[in-house]
Write a protein that binds this ligand. Structure first.
Ligand code: ADP
Ligand code: MG
Length: 437
């Protein structure tokens, strides 16, 4: 019997890897912006055309690359950021450990221009569909400019999976907004189809928030913060009157990078207690700083969902920080719960640390929420900033991730649903989409 196993050609292997790295144009924006941030850029320009389908260009003023590195950067597992396993454990950057450029350039036409400050001339490298095209000296400014054209041009099956321009653009806008909020010290311009969407000057976080959301909205935010040995929390939460029926204004940054974590979301919304109606999502913008060794960023294939080693600590601290903030703003998020939980009794909250613990968790979680329906808070009509935000309101996405609902007067059915949501956190990620041949 003759042997049948063959090694996949490198270009095909990269395309397969691209299935995981690049879901949509937004993934490219995220990866390239992350590279620019890793390169220590002081300003960022993001240009997209046709919702990123025709062009995504990122220009930075970071460290740039040598001509050799500029070519090596496209090879799979080429990275300047990981040398040892310890690096991997300690990594602050949530990039793909040398896979992004290889993956992206296997499914698009890429042109990279880069120059280090120390060098006289730069280099322009072109790679199309994983094939090296050219590398030529070029006069260019310090830093890196990378243009990704015609994403998925050679994988029509994947191209056909892209959503409407409105949806794809909204994903990009969302990512750019998160980058803008996480990095106020970096000047950022975002141009879509030749229209300037953001022109943000480098500044402080309050300045950035005002520039992005408007002055009135900013005035209504409540600053929160706390430092413990395990974790530092800082940021803002919105008044309950700003809560929305739709997701999209929950901003969580871990060591400066946007992430998602259902427990954090749950802790924050739970802290509002009866101040939120069922199904309402509060605005929050929270920066968590934690030693990376306490975090597993490998939970989600896109490195967005993260897992902490002491989730109970995170949960308790967030809940207490948000409650304190709300209380200081003369909102009364804490309620005396008959016989179950004292106002400051977060200690008694138990979160399921593994799916198998969920039964025990159900009972204790019920205690954390109110077993009795709470009267809805009667918010004064606090409308400051509301109108300008309404104007920029984005449509609900057809494929947004489901968040947990606030734990408020939960029925047994709700409790079960909530726990299912939390357990989903621990499920292995779904297998990547099958690539067309
Ligand atoms: P990773 O970011 O995981 O290292 P990438 O494929 O995204 O992998 O990038 C490969 C390498 O190319 C990076 O490690 C970095 O050395 C270099 N690089 C990529 N983008 C830039 C940039 N904008 N400025 C400087 N160097 C970059
Ligand atoms: Mg990278």
């Amino acid at each position: 019997m003759s042997n049948v196993i063959q090694l996949l050609p490198q270009a095909l292997a990269n395309q397969i890897a691209a299935g995981e790295v690049v879901q949509r144009p937004e993934s490219v924006v995220k990866e390239l912006v992350e590279n620019a941030l890793d390169a220590g850029t002081s300003s960022l320009t993001v240009v997209v055309k046709d919702a990123g389908k025709a062009l995504i260009q990122i220009v930075d003023t970071g460290c740039g690359m040598t001509p050799d590195d500029a070519q090596l950067a496209f090879a799979r597992h080429a990275t300047s950021k990981v040398r040892t396993y310890d690096d991997l454990e300690a990594i602050h950057t949530f990039g793909f450990r040398g896979e992004a450029l290889a993956a992206i350039s296997s499914i698009a036409q890429v042109e990279l221009r880069t120059k280090r400050m120390a060098d006289e001339t730069g280099i322009c490298v072109r790679v199309d569909g994983g094939q090296f095209r050219s590398a030529e000296p070029v006069a260019t400014s310090d830093g890196t400019s990378i243009a990704v054209k015609n994403l998925f041009y050679n994988t029509p099956g994947r191209r056909n999976f892209l959503k409407s321009n409105a949806t794809e653009f909204r994903h990009i806008l969302d990512t750019v907004q998160r980058v803008a909020l996480a990095n106020p010290e970096i000047g950022l311009s975002f141009i879509a189809d030749d229209e300037p969407i953001y022109q943000l000057k480098a500044g402080s976080l309050p300045e950035r928030l005002q520039a992005v959301f408007g002055h009135n909205f900013f005035d209504g935010l409540i600053p929160v913060g706390e430092t413990t040995e395990y974790l530092t929390i800082s940021g803002y939460v919105g008044r309950p009157q700003f809560a929305r029926k739709a997701r999209g204004e929950q901003f969580l940054f871990l060591n400066g990078r946007p992430v998602q974590n259902r427990l954090v979301h749950h802790a924050v919304t739970s802290a509002y207690g009866h101040l939120l109606s069922k199904g309402e999502y509060p605005f929050y913008l929270l920066f968590l700083t934690i030693d990376p060794k306490h975090v597993d960023v490998n939970v989600h294939p896109q490195k967005l969902e993260v897992k902490f080693d002491d989730e109970q600590a995170i949960y308790r601290l967030l809940m207490s920080v948000v409650r304190k903030g709300l209380a200081q703003a003369d909102l009364a998020p804490t309620v005396e719960l008959p016989g179950t939980l004292k106002t400051d009794g977060f200690e008694t909250i138990r979160i399921p640390s593994t799916p198998t613990e969920s039964t025990a968790g159900t009972v204790r979680f019920a205690a954390a929420s109110s077993p009795q329906p709470m009267p809805d808070a009667a918010p004064s009509r606090w409308v400051s900033g509301f109108t300008e935000r309404e104007a920029s309101r984005r449509p609900e996405s057809d494929d947004d991730r489901a968040y947990d609902r606030p734990a408020r007067s939960m029925s047994p059915a709700d409790q079960t649903e909530m726990l299912a949501g939390l357990e989903a956190l621990y499920r292995p990620p779904a297998p990547p989409e099958t690539l067309p041949s």
